[in-house]
Write a protein that binds this ligand. Structure first.
Ligand code: SAM
Length: 307
């Protein structure tokens, strides 16, 4: 029987969070602390029972979001509304920070009608990976980074804080405004904001012959461009990968693909990337958040390489 080396599949939890903590998860929900506030939110992957009891959760939480369909992805940002219930003091928005190699990144959090609050804490794994790559490249301003499906800009702000030239692409104007607030709160400037359909933008960059030393893809299962263009992950990812192949600098660069839709395995991501970058020495694995109660909550898969 052939066994893959155990170290080939990585399990990574985000280092260095003082303002974030997963307290418990189970029964399709998670209990998390963001700064001074504790929230209960839906978590479709948490199919096991909670470790703490319901009364403890309700005692701890400042607010709870309940979605109509609790089985949808934890990263849904564009459908499936629900409602917040405030259980004790809870502002509409507040801030948390993260220290990345001495740079204080500050993020605005807000209660949205989709249950997301503007940050995906497990993504700090990618922030650290990107920081290492930018530093390896030597002169920091030699890294042009393209962040597609870039949301409120966690990774864009992290990369900018380390000196990269960042192009941040998202289809939703209000989300880009939020990302710009995060840039300003973090004392940074210079991120190029692009309100555009990710695939259209990548296609155009390929036609223009533009090159990037870093490309980060964090695509949802379904999405919409600003003109209603449909994004369906399994139909369009191959085409998007073909443009990435053209625009990634062949001499030095890195690439990250995140997938957080249920049903995707790390090997599917690896096969997808190997089809377009056959020589890439890929790292693949799963992100997780360690709960204080002892459980490990899966938060999607990643595939990345650099050279
Ligand atoms: C879950 S978020 C990605 C999270 C983000 N990378 C982070 O780490 O915080 C998915 C983003 O894709 C955007 N989006 C959806 N369809 C899109 C499309 N066709 N073109 C560009 N952005 C799109 C959404 O507006 C949303 O901000």
């Amino acid at each position: 029987m052939e066994k893959l080396k155990a170290n080939h599949l990585l399990l990574e939890s985000p280092p260095g969070w003082a303002d974030y903590e997963l307290l418990d998860c189970g029964d399709f929900e998670k209990l998390e602390r963001f700064g001074n506030y504790i929230l209960i939110r839906p978590e479709p992957q948490a199919i096991w029972p909670k470790m703490l009891d319901d009364a403890e959760w309700m005692k701890l939480a400042n607010g709870r979001f309940v979605r109509d369909n609790s089985k949808k992805s934890h990263r849904n940002t564009d459908n499936d509304q629900g409602g917040w219930t405030k259980l004790k003091a809870l502002p509409e928005s507040w801030k948390i920070s993260y220290n990345l190699a001495g740079k204080n990144l500050v993020f605005k959090l807000a209660l949205t009608s989709f249950g997301h609050i503007g940050i995906f804490p497990e993504q700090a794994n990618n922030w650290n990976y990107v920081r290492d790559r930018i530093h390896e490249m030597g002169k920091a301003n030699e890294c042009k980074l393209l962040n597609l499906f870039a949301y409120t800009g966690g990774l864009s702000v992290a990369a900018r804080s380390q000196g990269a030239e960042v192009s941040h692409v998202d289809s939703v104007k209000s989300i880009i405004t939020w990302a710009n607030e995060n840039q300003q709160l973090s004392g940074l400037d210079g991120i190029r904001w692009v309100i555009e359909d990710a695939i259209k933008f990548a296609r155009r960059e390929a036609t223009r012959g533009n090159k990037y030393q870093g490309i980060v893809l964090d695509p949802p299962a379904y999405g919409r461009g600003p003109k209603g263009e449909k994004w369906i992950l399994e139909d369009l990812l191959p085409e998007l990968m073909s443009y990435c192949k053209e625009i990634l600098d062949p001499h030095k660069g890195f690439f990250i693909l995140n997938l957080y839709s249920m049903g995707w395995s790390a090997l599917m991501a690896e096969n997808m990337v190997k089809s377009y970058f056959p020589k890439a020495k890929t790292e693949l694995g799963e992100f997780y958040l360690p709960a204080k109660s002892g459980l490990r909550l899966p938060m999607g898969i990643f595939l990345r390489f650099h050279y």
